[in-house]
Design a protein around this ligand. Structure first.
Ligand code: ARG
Length: 476
């Protein structure tokens, strides 16, 4: 048997034909294939590529302006990065696991394209401040898109409110018929929820919009950098005030997933109502067929799959929020590799939200209302009992006594199997002599709704003006 050759320090080609890792200089052996796969993020963080390039361009221009790079090197870097952007956009860029993540993949390709200038790009920078910058740049754009989708959904809901400002339906408490409301009013309730959601996203964007670049690995850099220049070029409102915080902070990701979770809470509430309303026992609405599916065994079925699935996806977004909170809990300063795990929950939250909001904007615009079914349901359950009590109060009876008198009238009607409006005047007067013939309009569903005409009330006139105000707010 031939003698073993003396072991070489670290063969750059011994284990695979792949290039050694960018940081491999101090190591004696290459990482195993399994560890390489385990630690690499390129499989998912390549979605940051365009924002990584934007950040690198701003960084390179700043290096030039600070006299750290020559004009010729900057030119080469700009040309090289433009080529890479084109390759990525065309799907021709070769992502390599050996280069670990999006940052090193792009840097390696840049160096292959333009030589030493590419190797100079990383001066005064670390992947730690680079990735913190990239994720913020990316999420900022996503927040803008999601806000627009929320606005589109609000617009669909306002459209239904305008169409159904007069459409009576039962309002529920405890899922029992409570008082008549209009369907338009019900739709506008969701418009308010999504409005708060939009402001939450805007808050998150504002707090997040601070530049980490310049923090380098954790302590800052010895180069005379001009951070404000980079901030201005990238549209950040300020530069971060502490390098340790800037490279390790992921609050913005947690805040975003928290805002996203609240959006999904609202979506899931709407889902639950849609599932009830399409059920033939309610039959309040019809969802367009393109949002429903059939059963493979029961030919009669039309299932509200989209609302059910969105209700289910709510759980996955909550899960991502919990994952991020747990990820950051007890991490010592500053950057730790743990942080690489921020991306998949964040990405999936954005994807889930984008699809859900886009589908709901379309579905809510296409929903058809069965006015007769809604009205019939409101006629059951003594929805105008409160109106009768209010009527007695207006005639001078203390509210508690009025409540008692009407409760007895309801019990009587229930035993007789009729609605309050079906009782004769004589019948009604058994419960209070204050009741006169003017009680009739109080007992109708339309009279009840129309009476609630203050700001925030369900009266059709009020719903129309609330819808108008909501439209104006969207246009701002
Ligand atoms: N891929 C890494 C991440 O997503 C980039 C930062 C790596 N920094 C480091 N020191 N290993 O977090």
């Amino acid at each position: 048997m031939a003698a073993k050759p003396p072991s070489k320090p670290r063969s750059k080609t011994s284990r695979s034909s792949a290039k050694p890792a960018t940081w491999s200089g101090r190591f004696n052996e290459a990482v195993s294939e399994r560890v390489k796969r385990y630690t690499a993020s390129v499989g998912f963080d390549q979605r940051l590529a365009m924002h990584d390039i934007r950040g690198s361009l701003a960084h390179a221009r700043m290096l030039r302006a600070s006299g750290i790079l020559t004009g010729a090197d900057l030119k080469r870097i700009e040309t090289g990065l433009a080529t890479i952007a084109r390759e990525i956009a065309a799907g021709k860029f070769k992502w390599s696991l050996d280069a670990e993540d999006v940052h090193l993949n792009i840097e390696r390709r840049l160096t292959a394209l333009v030589g030493d200038a590419g190797k100079r790009l990383h001066t005064a920078r670390s992947r730690n401040d680079q990735v913190a910058t990239d994720v913020r740049l990316w999420l900022r754009d996503e927040i803008d898109d999601l806000s627009a989708l929320l606005a589109a959904l609000q617009s669909s809901l306002i459209g239904q409110a305008e169409l159904h400002a007069d459409t009576i339906m039962p309002g529920f408490t405890h899922l029992q018929v409570a008082q008549p409301v209009t369907f338009g009013h019900h739709m506008l309730a969701y418009v308010e929820m999504f409005e708060r959601d939009r402001t939450r996203l805007a808050d998150c964007r504002e707090r997040m919009n601070v530049l980490p670049l310049g923090s380098a690995a954790l302590a800052g850099t010895s180069f005379p950098i001009k951070r404000e220049l980079v901030a201005r070029e990238l549209g950040f409102r300020a530069v971060s005030a502490n390098s340790l915080d800037a490279v390790s902070d992921r609050d913005f990701a947690i805040e975003f997933c928290s805002a996203a979770s609240i959006i999904m809470v609202h979506i899931s509430r709407l889902c639950e109502e849609l599932v009830l309303w399409v059920n033939p026992r309610f039959a309040f609405i019809v969802l367009p067929d393109r949002f429903c599916t059939g059963s493979s065994i029961m030919p009669q079925k039309k299932n509200p799959d989209v609302p059910e699935l969105a209700r289910g996806k709510t759980g996955r977004v909550f899960g991502h929020l919990t994952a991020l909170l747990t990820l950051m809990k007890a991490q010592p300063l500053a950057y730790n590799k743990d942080n690489q795990e921020d991306k998949e929950p964040l990405f999936d939250t954005v994807d889930t939200l984008r699809d859900t909001l886009a589908i709901f904007a379309e579905m809510m615009a296409g929903l058809k209302v069965n006015k007769a079914a809604m009205r019939n349901a409101a006629l059951q359950g003594f929805a105008t009992a409160t109106d009768l009590a209010d009527y007695l109060v207006k005639k001078g009876l203390p509210f508690r006594d009025a409540h008692e008198a009407v409760a007895r009238a309801v019990r009587h009607a229930e035993t007789a199997g009729v609605d309050l409006a079906d009782l004769s005047l004589a019948d009604l007067r058994q419960f209070s002599p204050l009741i006169a013939s003017d009680v009739r309009k109080v007992l109708t569903l339309e009279g009840s709704a129309a009476a609630r005409k203050h700001v925030g009330g369900t009266a059709p006139a009020q719903v129309r003006s609330a819808a108008k105000a909501a439209r104006r707010r969207l246009a701002r």
